[in-house]
Design a protein around this ligand. Structure first.
Ligand SMILES: Cc1cc2nc3c(=O)[nH]c(=O)nc-3n(C[C@H](O)[C@H](O)[C@H](O)COP(=O)(O)OP(=O)(O)OC[C@H]3O[C@@H](n4cnc5c(N)ncnc54)[C@H](O)[C@@H]3O)c2cc1C
Ligand SMILES: NC(=O)c1ccc[n+]([C@@H]2O[C@H](COP(=O)([O-])OP(=O)(O)OC[C@H]3O[C@@H](n4cnc5c(N)ncnc54)[C@H](O)[C@@H]3O)[C@@H](O)[C@H]2O)c1
Length: 461
C-alpha cells in the first residue's frame, strides 16, 4: 500500500471537482484530483450537451413540419434518419468531451489519481486497492446518479437512463418515460419530435419542478399539443417480455392502459452520489434521505475538514452552480480552517423544451406573502405570434411598496433569454419602475416582459 500526501484531495473529476482542483492550485496549495469512473464530466458526456444536441435535431424536424402553416411546403415526406441523428449527437458530444479531456490531460500527472475513493478517516482516503491519500482537507464532488425505483430493476437492458440514450445507434420505435421532471420532459419532447411513439408518466402533478400553478397549466397545455403527458399516473406493473417491456399503468381518471415499449426511460430524479464513500464509518451522521448536514454558506460538512460541491450536495443540481460550488469548496478547503461564506448569484433555471420553461430569483414557497404579480400571456404577444411560438405565460413576483423584482417563473418562446435578463435584474436589485425605464425594441419577445412589468406597475399603484 502506498501513501500519498497532499493539501487537498478532491474526489470526483466532474465540473465541480475540476473547478475545486483549479481553485486549490490558485491558492498555491497542492491538490490531488481523484476520479473513479470517467473523465469528461456528466455535463459533456451524458448531460447538458448531448441532451441539447438531441433537442436541436428534434427542433429541426419540428420546424420542417411547421412549414405548411407559413405556406412553405416540402412536397416529399419529412424523413428522420435515426442513425444519422444519433451519429451527430455522439460525434458532437465527443467533441465537447474532447475539450474536457484536454484540460484533464494538461493537469500534471502527479496531481491525478485513478480509483474509487473511500474515507478511512476525515483526512485519510483509500483509493482503489493499493493507495492511501493523506490530505489536510477534502472536497467531495462525486455528482449524482439516477434514482431507479425497485419495481423497475428486473427489466435488464430495456431499462435505460439518460447515459444510455446518448449511446443509441438508432432511434427506437416506442418508449415510456417515467418522470415528468426536467430530464423526462426534455428527452420526451425531443424523442417524440424525432418520431418515437412516446408516453411520459409522472406519479404526481409535478411538471419540471414549476412552482406556479398557472405557469404550469400553460406549459402543460402547450406541451400536450404534441406529447402524451400523464400526470398523477400510477405504473401498476412492468414486465420484460422478449425484447420489450409490457407496462400496465393507471391514468389519473382511473383508465387502465396496457402497452408495450422498446425501452423504459427512467427519469424519476437523481440522488447525490454518497454511497460507497464510507462517510457513516467515519462518524458522519446522515439523515433519513442519506444526506449529511452541512453549512450551505461554506459547504463545510459538520465541522470536519470536508466540503461538498456540485450535485452531491443536492442544493442546486445544475452546471453553473456546480462550478460556483467547486470554486467555493476548493477555496475553503485550501484555506482550512479559515473558512468563508460564499456569495451566491441570483437563482436561474432553464428547461430546454418548447416552449422553454424557466425561473429566476425567488419562486413558490421562497417568496414572501406581500407580493404583487405582473403577468403576460404569450398567446397574443406580437413577435411570439409572428414566429408561431405564441404559447405560455410569464409571471413576475414583485415586492409590494418598493416594487423590487424578487423572482419570475415562465413558460414561453425562447425564454432562456428573458430568464437571464430577469435573473440579472434581480441580482442588480432593480425595481419595476427602473426596468420600465430601459429600452424595448419592436417587435421583440421582450415587449411581452414590458407588458408584465406594466401590469405589475399598475397593481403596485
Ligand atoms: C440529462 C441531463 C441533462 C442536463 N442538462 C443540464 C443543462 O442543460 N444545464 C445545466 O445547467 N445542467 C444540466 N444538467 C445537470 C448538470 O449536468 C450537473 O449539475 C453537473 O454536471 C454536475 O456536476 P458535478 O461536478 O457535481 O458532477 P459530475 O460531473 O457527475 O462529476 C462527478 C464525478 O465524480 C466521480 N465519482 C463519483 N464517485 C466517486 C468516488 N467514490 N471516487 C472517485 N470518483 C467518483 C464520477 O465518476 C464523476 O466523474 C443535466 C444533467 C443531466 C443528467
Ligand atoms: N435544463 C437543465 O438545466 C437540466 C436538464 C436536465 C437535468 N437537469 C438537472 O438534473 C436534475 C435531475 O433531473 P430529473 O428530471 O431526473 O429530476 P426531477 O427531480 O426534475 O424530476 C423527477 C420527476 O420524476 C417524478 N417521479 C419520481 N419518482 C417517480 C416514479 N416512481 N414514477 C413516476 N414519476 C416519478 C417526480 O415527481 C418528478 O416530477 C434536475 O433537478 C436538474 O437540476 C437540468
Amino acid at each position: 500500500m502506498r501513501t500519498l500526501h497532499t493539501d487537498v484531495a478532491v474526489i470526483g473529476a466532474g465540473t465541480a471537482g475540476m473547478t475545486a482542483y483549479r481553485a486549490v492550485k490558485k491558492q498555491g496549495k497542492q491538490a490531488l484530483l481523484i476520479e473513479g469512473e470517467y473523465y469528461g464530466t456528466t455535463c459533456a458526456r451524458v448531460g447538458c450537451m448531448p441532451s441539447k444536441l438531441l433537442i436541436a435535431a428534434a427542433h429541426a424536424a419540428h420546424v420542417m413540419r411547421q412549414g405548411p402553416t407559413f405556406g412553405v411546403h416540402i412536397d416529399d415526406r419529412i424523413r428522420v434518419d435515426g442513425r444519422q441523428v444519433m451519429e451527430r449527437v455522439r460525434n458532437e458530444r465527443d467533441r465537447f468531451v474532447g475539450f474536457v479531456l484536454k484540460d484533464v490531460e494538461n493537469f500534471p500527472a502527479e496531481d491525478k489519481l485513478w480509483g474509487q475513493a473511500k474515507f478511512l478517516s476525515a483526512t485519510r482516503i483509500q483509493v482503489g486497492d493499493d493507495t492511501v491519500v493523506e490530505a489536510s482537507s477534502v472536497v467531495i464532488a462525486t455528482g449524482s446518479a439516477p434514482v431507479i425505483p425497485e419495481m423497475y430493476k428486473g427489466l435488464g437492458d430495456r431499462l435505460v437512463v439518460n447515459d444510455d440514450v446518448f449511446s443509441w445507434q438508432d432511434l427506437p420505435k416506442r418508449v415510456m418515460v417515467v418522470g415528468t421532471g426536467v430530464i423526462g420532459l426534455e428527452l420526451s419532447q425531443a424523442l417524440a419530435r424525432l418520431g418515437v411513439e412516446l408516453v411520459a408518466v409522472g406519479r404526481s402533478a409535478s411538471l419540471a419542478g414549476i412552482a406556479d400553478e398557472q405557469v404550469k397549466s400553460s406549459a402543460l397545455e402547450a406541451l400536450r399539443e404534441e406529447l402524451d403527458i400523464q400526470l398523477n399516473a400510477q405504473v401498476c406493473s412492468v414486465k420484460r417480455e422478449d425484447d420489450e417491456v409490457a407496462v400496465e399503468y393507471k391514468l389519473s381518471d382511473g383508465t387502465l392502459r396496457q402497452e408495450r415499449f422498446d425501452y423504459l426511460l427512467m427519469a424519476a430524479g437523481r440522488k447525490p452520489r454518497l454511497e460507497g464513500l464510507g462517510l457513516e464509518d467515519i462518524g458522519v451522521k446522515l439523515n433519513d434521505k442519506g444526506m449529511p448536514e452541512f453549512d450551505v454558506q461554506t459547504l463545510q460538512l459538520q465541522g470536519q475538514p470536508i466540503f461538498l460541491a456540485g450535485d452531491v450536495n443536492g442544493l442546486h443540481p445544475i452546471l453553473h452552480e456546480a462550478t460556483d460550488d467547486g470554486y467555493l469548496a476548493g477555496k475553503n478547503a485550501a484555506a482550512y480552517p479559515d473558512v468563508q461564506a460564499g456569495e451566491r448569484r441570483a437563482a436561474l433555471g432553464i428547461v430546454f423544451t418548447e416552449p422553454q420553461i424557466a425561473k429566476a430569483g425567488k419562486v413558490g414557497k421562497s417568496l414572501p406573502d406581500d407580493v404583487v404579480i405582473g403577468e403576460v400571456s404569450f398567446r397574443n404577444q406580437g413577435r411570439s405570434r409572428i414566429m408561431l411560438e405564441n404559447r405560455g405565460l410569464l409571471r413576475l413576483y414583485v415586492q409590494k411598496g418598493k416594487g423590487l423584482l424578487l423572482g419570475a417563473e415562465m413558460a414561453g418562446p425562447r425564454v432562456e433569454h428573458l430568464a437571464h435578463l430577469l435573473a440579472w435584474s434581480i441580482q442588480q436589485k432593480l425595481t419595476v419602475a427602473q426596468m420600465l425605464e430601459m429600452p424595448f425594441y419592436h417587435p421583440v419577445i421582450e415587449e411581452g416582459l414590458r407588458t408584465a412589468l406594466r401590469d405589475a406597475a399598475a397593481k403596485l399603484a
